[in-house]
Design a protein around this ligand. Sequence first.
Ligand SMILES: Nc1nc2c(ncn2[C@@H]2O[C@H](COP(=O)(O)OP(=O)(O)OP(=O)(O)O)[C@@H](O)[C@H]2O)c(=O)[nH]1
Ligand SMILES: [Mg+2]
Length: 474
Amino acid sequence: MPREVVTVQVGQCGNQMGSKFWDVLLQEHLTHPEFEEARDALFYRTRDGGYKVPGGDSLCARCVAIDMEEGVLSAMVRGPIGGLFDRTHFVSDVSGAGNNWAVGNIEYGERYLEVISNSVQTMVERCDSIQTFLVMHSLSGGTGSGLGTRVVGMLKDEFPHVFRFCPVVMPSETDNVVTSPYNSCFALKELIEHSDCVIPLDNDSLTAMADRSLKREKGSTDGSRPQDDATVAPTDRAFRVAQPTKNKNLPFDSMNAIVAQMLSNLTCSMRFPGALNMDINEVTTNLVPYPSLLLLTSAIAPLSIGKSTLKGARHTDEIFAECYEGSHQLVRLPDAGKRHTTLACSFIARGADWTIGDISRNVARAKTKLNMIHWNQEGFKTSLCGVSPLGHPHSLLVLSNNCAIGEKVKTMQDKFMTLYRNKSYVHHYSTYIEEKFFDDTMECLSCVVEDYHLLNTSEPPTHVPRTMRDLVAF
Ligand SMILES: Nc1nc2c(ncn2[C@@H]2O[C@H](COP(=O)(O)OP(=O)(O)OP(=O)(O)O)[C@@H](O)[C@H]2O)c(=O)[nH]1
Ligand SMILES: [Mg+2]
């Protein structure tokens, strides 16, 4: 029986990342029609519309899409995989939350939470054994950060047995949202309190990765412009790296393709057979040792989804080594593995000819490379899926609970305090929230920063308790 995953995509960023994720998954399942049952973990069959696949089935994505502006949702259904999305699971308004967390959380939350809850309920009823909600959004804007985190709270109340796993885009150096320090800190507080696991993504890292891929892609072709997505054959589309989105100056399409690759690897073990299976819920159990320390860094290799990397298999050890390099990490934390303590780590490998020996050898190597916390020296969770990703013979996703993420949270806090000390922009929020909420938010994030800092510097005890009596004395 499949253990289903439902995506809940909120705001522009959430829906654009979600669309790319569904595109990659669809191509993977079209490439492997032999795993028909595995497909059911993400898609359901419909007689009413849907995306027609060879063999006669019509598929819909297990997706609830929410945006308080219409544009992105309309573009999704007009796009080449538009048939996958069932509009009855769309919730939208016209004007957006105007980059204000409180408008998204309070105003739209009050107005739309019941409709969203009903939509999720219908989607859950289509599942046999739902396991995970993948809630995707950015932390900087108003809708994704505000309404998105309100939805996470609702999911916790109404579907407490289903894991809430949140890949979210953190504010970046290149951010164009001035109020993002408030939005992102409020949103992060809510995620810490209501989600099971957060995968922070960093647009600075994603931009650098996409730029490298675009350059490599350019170098490997005749230099002509890549075609628009709608005109590219499905299988080519998933391999291709797109042009930068012109009006935003960021190559969102390519950046989202990298995120989609990461999420495809995260879910591959639930969809395809392999020597070492791992469900998403096992990630949370193994990598989150304390409820509020739930921020997992991610790294993938091979990185490029451009055609230039399609040729030739590379050695397993090389792929593992690449994941320790900053240039492969989806959140920028220089030298995190060496300079900071790792609380737990997961290797999610894919490839038809990788062996358990390849994994064991690299786990042994990781023990010498990473600075594992003294109470979790063996804190490695591994999985091996036998079905290769699109366009590569192998790939690896590394998820890590590394104390360096505390520094990232500290930077967000500092930016919040720079505005808040001068009470700048506070009036946009005070119609909806009391000033105490600002203080509570800082207190919650301070605890997380402090806990990561303490663990980062914690030393093994000199006295090792051996008996219960010893332990009490200790
Ligand atoms: N990686 C990535 N980042 C995006 C994308 N779209 C927007 N962003 C980032 O998301 C942040 C802005 O959030 P949006 O998702 O546009 O905002 P929203 O949730 O729609 O909220 P409002 O528009 O304020 O109602 C900025 O940091 C953007 O750089 C995308 O497709 N991919
Ligand atoms: Mg928007």
